[in-house]
Design a protein around this ligand. Structure first.
Ligand code: 13P
Ligand code: SF4
Length: 363
């Protein structure tokens, strides 16, 4: 996690009403020169002040196409702001209101560790036989490594297409950092869980025997999302026992046994749309972050929408972006000295861009 210095006075002492009016005033001063992007997991008061909300793919596509605004204030996590900086068209400045808003899963795949693992895998399978695929929830350094090796980025919206394509190009794939998205996606494509090898970082050959490596096509980095790890099969059984009409909808970062038992699985945008388009009276238990579940419940008063885990599953890092940080970030832009500017330098930028571009052309 990158350190965020404490906010200067007076931001920590201002109440929500004061902070909101300062944000509205800063936005009015900046006009079209600023656009505020909000991920679906953001706090409700932040989403209310944003110009656009979406999942990782939608927001990345927006950043890649956006020409009007000089400043992109990204209310999301660090890898998302980095991706926006890599994909931006011109001289835009990308700002992340709190530098501590990282992603625990992205932090589980350090690019140097991946490079060591890659060399080991190549020593068994040979060069040119493995396609590296990284989930967008990864650092720019890892995207750059993947880009250098001719690999590709995916999101939860397009993982199936990207993985299918990757397995058509090369004999095997090495998927980072989310073992669950990798496993769930490959299973959907017809591969058995037993045929996929889990690669333990820091362990020689990832803890696998060379013979098994030679026989395998799918290697999954041992990373996961701590928020989605909180959903279990037991929760599904308990809810279904209470009400057989309830439908389970989950994010593909959930463990395989949870995804296998779900009625629908997809990205945050997919979850929003699926519930919005379901008939009045439908009942849903949702396996994803709590801010989003609460918002869906509010926006669909004609349906029953609850969390699959009745004990809150908030993404603590997403939640670091609050009114005080947003007000501070916007006012720093108004003052002409933007704070928390996210910049990916060369050669990382061009290499990471190659892996992101491959994804965008296939999305
Ligand atoms: P989405 O791309 O589905 O929004 O997922 C991002 C994420 O971080 C989920 O934990
Ligand atoms: Fe990362 Fe999980 Fe938070 Fe998504 S919910 S940003 S994967 S820690």
């Amino acid at each position: 996690m990158i350190y965020q210095q404490p906010l200067p006075s007076p931001y920590p002492t201002l109440d929500d009403a004061e902070l909101t009016s300062r944000i509205v005033a800063a936005k009015a001063k900046l006009g079209d020169s600023v656009v505020i992007l909000t991920h679906h997991y953001q706090r409700p008061e932040i989403v209310a002040l944003g110009d656009m909300r979406g999942d990782s793919l939608k927001l990345a596509q927006f950043a890649a196409a956006q020409e009007k605004s000089k400043y992109i204030v990204y209310c999301g996590v660090h890898f998302m702001a980095e991706s926006a900086d890599i994909l931006k068209r011109g001289q835009q400045v990308v700002v992340l209101p709190d530098l501590g808003a990282g992603c625990d899963m992205a932090d589980m795949a350090d690019a140097d560790d991946v490079e060591l693992a890659w060399d080991e895998l190549v020593s068994v399978l040979g060069h040119e036989s493995i396609m590296p695929v990284t989930y967008i929830n990864s650092t720019a350094a890892l995207k750059a490594f993947v880009g250098k090796k001719g690999g590709v980025v995916c999101t939860s919206s397009n993982a199936e297409n990207i993985v299918r394509w990757s397995l058509e190009q090369r004999q095997a794939i090495f998927f980072f950092p989310d073992q669950h998205l990798g496993r769930n996606t490959c299973k959907r494509l017809g591969y058995t869980p037993e045929s996929m090898l889990l690669w333990k970082p820091g362990v020689p050959l990832g803890g696998q025997a060379p013979e098994r490596i030679r026989d395998s096509r799918i290697f999954l980095w041992e990373g996961h999302c701590p928020v989605h790890a909180m959903f279990t099969l037991k929760q599904i059984s308990a809810l279904r026992a209470q009400d057989s009409a309830i439908k389970i909808i989950t994010h593909p970062e959930c463990p395989m046994e949870v995804v296998d038992e779900s009625d629908a699985v997809g990205s945050t945008e997919f979850i929003v749309k699926t519930i919005a388009e379901s008939p009045a009276g439908s009942k849903w238990a949702v396996g994803t972050e709590m801010n989003l579940v609460n918002r869906i419940a509010k926006e669909n008063p004609d349906k029953t929408v609850v969390s699959l885990n009745r004990f809150m599953c908030l993404c603590g890092t997403m939640n670091r972006i609050d009114l005080a940080h947003l007000a501070w970030a916007l006012e720093s832009i108004v003052s002409g000295h933007p704070e928390n500017v996210i910049t990916v330098g060369e050669p990382e930028r061009s290499l990471a861009r190659a892996s992101l571009d491959r994804m965008l052309t296939m999305s």
